[in-house]
Ligand binder design. Structure first.
Ligand code: SF4
Ligand code: SF4
Length: 191
């Protein structure tokens, strides 16, 4: 699902009708009523017919039902695992430099064929602000902002220090985000 947005009219002066205040109150109530009554009726029908998937409501029964996440969503940053099982990261360190709260630390190494890889890649999830700058800085699409949000909370901050192994996710599971990054890079993204 592509992400949508509403343009907020900031700084515009109120019309005479809006300054009267009460008409806007009633307009707001009419919107609420317009949504409430059909939702309420459809929920009762779904309950009677035992077809919860047919409810026309804006809320979901989390965590039994999971929300549809827009491609533009910035969840937990993860490392992309290529088809050959190795990380795509070349340990250039650009994400480490770009990260505002400095929550990434990398120790690079060389493979026998001379290519670079991260011997260790550590990300402190308790300091991450989900800005996405690591993703933007990466020249090889090796770190992306995933759709993960469920595993971001811990009672103990030390459990939020993620190693390379914790962060690696198969490329196929990140395809929609990778496609989004490419659309954004080529100006074809309306987010
Ligand atoms: S999303 Fe921002 S804060 Fe989090 S690791 Fe990336 S650059 Fe750092
Ligand atoms: S994730 Fe990307 S930017 Fe960060 S070190 Fe690896 S290749 Fe460089």
């Amino acid at each position: 699902m592509a992400g949508g947005y509403y343009k907020i009219k900031r700084g515009e002066s109120l019309t005479f009708w809006e300054r009267l205040y009460l008409p806007e109150i009633f307009r707001g109530l009419s919107v609420t009523t317009r949504h409430f009554i059909p939702n309420w009726i459809s929920t009762i029908i779904a309950y009677i017919t035992r077809t919860p998937e047919k409810r026309k409501i804006m809320t979901i029964y989390y965590p039994e039902e999971l929300p549809e996440i827009p491609d533009s969503y910035r969840g937990k940053p993860v490392l992309v695992r290529a088809g050959n099982g190795a990380t795509k990261c070349v340990a250039c360190g650009l994400c480490e430099v770009a990260c505002p709260p400095k929550c990434i630390s990398i120790v690079g190494g060389n493979r026998s064929d001379g290519t670079r890889y991260p011997e260790t890649y550590t990300l402190d999830g308790s300091r991450c602000i989900f800005c996405g700058l690591c993703e933007e800085a990466c020249p090889v699409e090796a770190i992306v902002m995933s759709h993960r949000y469920q595993d971001l909370c811990e009672h103990d901050r030390s459990k939020m220090i993620y190693s390379k192994e914790d962060l690696l996710v198969p490329e196929k599971d990140l395809q929609s985000r990778l496609d989004f990054i490419r659309r954004r890079a080529y100006g074809k993204c309306n987010y």
